[in-house]
Structures are given as structure tokens and as C-alpha cells.
Write a protein that binds this ligand. Structure first.
Ligand code: ADP
Ligand code: MG
Length: 236
């Protein structure tokens, strides 16, 4: 990804449910700068996860375009999309989604299996990612031997293992207590500021959204206001 700007143009997505058409995203237009930490807020069912999945190439729109950097995702085939995703996007979920039978290091190595790296290089890269999230001393532990906060750190290490430009996080602190949540949010903020990752984080929590540079509001598939947390209060 040479330029990591994101442009969403007239994005429409519907689902069929019990003979009814549910309009989840309705001709949504949204531009996002690369290297910025965004929070995405909105009521349950407003289409946040759907939007995240389209940006990450996990789901395809009915119509409209999703441009990430120099790639128009709408023009990629299924295989091309999977390839693009494995190199450019890291996902973080509310429930961590770690494989329980693998150690922290093996979980982080998983996305690297899709790269041409050797076994030794995969191991070194996974260890680098785990060091970045502060878990060097827990690498050989399985998820059940870790706290929720540590599990989410492993998941974040897995998300950055391939060094993607874009991190998509769906309520990453939803299952964590306040203190643990804040340490995860500080980590995401550090990945944005120090490694220049573009981050889009879905959250219900205004305090979590306060860690982002900008807050995008979504309601019933339509874009609401975008707040800029970086502007001084008097300038809003
Ligand atoms: P949010 O993440 O904001 O809570 P979602 O994007 O998950 O919202 O869902 C938006 C709407 O789309 C909801 O009404 C949901 O029930 C519906 N929906 C999401 N995924 C599917 C699916 N695979 N099939 C049918 N309906 C879906
Ligand atoms: Mg959701």
C-alpha cells in the first residue's frame, strides 16, 4: 500500500431476512486519511461491523466502491481479495478469537503462514510483534493461561505480525474492565503514533473513543457527524 488513504463511495449493502430486505448501509460516502486513529460509534445494528468487514475485504458490497490506498477492493476477485487482506489488514475482535490449543507465539505466527517467510523468520517476526505488545515473557503460554488483557495483546500482536498498514478493531475493549481496556487503548494509540498504522475501532464507549483522533458516527447505515478530538475545545 503506497498511499493508505481510504475512500468509500456510494457503498450499499442489504441483507435478506425472512423475505424482507434489510438496508444495512445506504449509499455511504466516507473518506479517511491514512495514519489516523478513527473510532466508529453508533447504536447496535447501525452497520458498524458490516462497514468494518467491507473495509477489510471480509464481505462484499452490493454496489459502490471501497478504495484502500491504490486498490479498489470492488474490482478484486475472491482470491485477490484474500491475498490483499493477508498483506494489508490486521483484525482485532471483542472476544480475542485466539486458538486455544496454540501458544501465544503460535497464534501470532498464524497469519505469517500465508507469507513466503521461512519458519525461522516467522518465529522471529512473531517474537518481534509480541515484544511490541509487551508479552515477551508470556510467549509460550496458551490463551487459558493468560488474562483477558494479555489475550487481547496477543490478538493485537497477531494483527500486526505481517506489518499491515490498516488495523480494524471491532469493540476490542468490550469484554475488558476499565483499567485493562485503557491499557489496550494506549497500545492501539501507540501503534498509530509510532508505527503510523491507520486504525478503525468500533466502540460503544465514549471514553474509548476519546483515544482516537477522530470519531465517526453511524446511524441506520447513514453517516452522522465526524468529531475531531485533536482540535482544542475552543476551536470546535
Ligand atoms: P452493528 O455492528 O452496528 O451492531 P451490524 O453491521 O452487525 O451492526 O448489523 C447491521 C444490520 O444488519 C443488523 O440489523 C443485522 O441484524 C444485519 N445483519 C448483519 N449481518 C447479517 C447477515 N449476515 N445476514 C442477515 N442480516 C445481517
Ligand atoms: Mg457489531
Amino acid at each position: 500500500m503506497t498511499d493508505s488513504r481510504i475512500d468509500i463511495r456510494r457503498l450499499t449493502k442489504t441483507y435478506q431476512r425472512g423475505g424482507e430486505t434489510v438496508h444495512v448501509l445506504d449509499e455511504l460516502d466516507l473518506g479517511m486519511e491514512g495514519g489516523t486513529f478513527y473510532a466508529l460509534m453508533g447504536p447496535s445494528g447501525s452497520g458498524k461491523t458490516t462497514l468494518l468487514n467491507m473495509l477489510g475485504g471480509l464481505d462484499v458490497p452490493d454496489s459502490g466502491d471501497v478504495l484502500v490506498g491504490d486498490e479498489n477492493l470492488s474490482q478484486l476477485s475472491g482470491n485477490e481479495l484474500a491475498q490483499w487482506r493477508s498483506q494489508n489488514v490486521g483484525f482485532v475482535f471483542q472476544g480475542f478469537n485466539l486458538l486455544p490449543v496454540l501458544t501465544a507465539r503460535e497464534n501470532v505466527e498464524l497469519p505469517l503462514l500465508l507469507t513466503p517467510l521461512s519458519k525461522k523468520e516467522r518465529r522471529a517476526q512473531a517474537e518481534r510483534a509480541l515484544a511490541l505488545v509487551g508479552l515477551t515473557d508470556r510467549m509460550d503460554h496458551k490463551p487459558r493461561e493468560l488474562s483477558g488483557g494479555q489475550e487481547q495483546r496477543v490478538a493485537i500482536a497477531r494483527a500486526i505480525a505481517t506489518d499491515p498498514a490498516l488495523i480494524l478493531a471491532d469493540e476490542p475493549t468490550g469484554d475488558l474492565d476499565r483499567t485493562t481496556a485503557n491499557s489496550i487503548l494506549e497500545l492501539l494509540q501507540r501503534l498509530n503514533r509510532e508505527l503510523k498504522k491507520t486504525i478503525l475501532m468500533v466502540t460503544h464507549d465514549p471514553e474509548a473513543a476519546g483515544y482516537a483522533d477522530k470519531v465517526i458516527h453511524l446511524d441506520k447505515g447513514k453517516l452522522g457527524r465526524i468529531e475531531d478530538n485533536r482540535k482544542p475545545a475552543g476551536a470546535r
